[in-house]
Design a protein around this ligand. Structure first.
Ligand code: DQA
Length: 179
């Protein structure tokens, strides 16, 4: 008997019972929602454009919907481009779908585009406002062509529509979800 190990027949028996009764825990698909700069001010910020719903309201509604859809959900907000890139990178191999509103970085950030390309996770681009009804500089998105789809103009509902789309996307391509 190697040092430090004793034979416990009872423990062995218990282990066998536990193994027989245990079932594989089904993997709940994981969705990450990222909010870019100034979205922490929602509710207060330009309510005529973005509405009165706060970011906390949106996150709470997303969590409720995720529970209903059988998804694990994490939300994250930062005003800093580098922090957003770090969070996107951390989602590699641990996330089934990414929903992102890069806010003002939508129109400028090659770094966020490259991070999304780098993790190989399907991405849905979201905006509260319809950017095409606004200033021309908002019409360009650095991630439009790498996103699976874009949802905009429905206020806070844009996120809810995106979450339902993410659920269907994962169901259609269950590589990590069932792997
Ligand atoms: C936004 C649109 C962007 O142009 C703007 O910079 C934002 C919010 C939207 O959700 O409508 O901050 O992404």
């Amino acid at each position: 008997m190697p040092h430090g190990r004793t034979h416990h027949p009872a423990r062995g028996r218990l282990t066998m019972i536990a193994q027989r009764k245990s079932r594989p825990i089904p993997h709940r698909p994981k969705v990450l929602v990222i909010h870019g700069p100034n979205l922490n001010l929602l509710g207060d910020r330009e309510p005529d454009v973005y509405g009165r719903t706060t970011l906390a309201d949106i996150d709470r509604d997303l969590l409720d919907l995720a529970a209903e859809l059988g998804l694990d959900l994490e939300t994250f907000q930062s005003n800093s481009e580098g922090v957003l890139v770090d969070r996107i990178q951390a989602a590699r191999r641990s996330t089934d779908a990414l929903i992102i509103n890069p806010a003002a970085y939508t129109h400028t950030s090659v770094a966020i585009r490259d991070a999304i390309l780098g993790i190989g996770v399907p991405c849905i681009e979201v905006h509260l406002s319809n950017v095409y009804k606004r200033e021309p500089f908002r019409h360009h998105s650095t991630i439009a062509d790498i996103a699976v789809g874009r949802i905009m103009g429905f206020g806070a509902d844009s996120y809810m529509i995106a979450l339902r789309a993410a659920k269907n996307l994962i169901a259609a391509a269950p590589a990590r979800a069932n792997g």
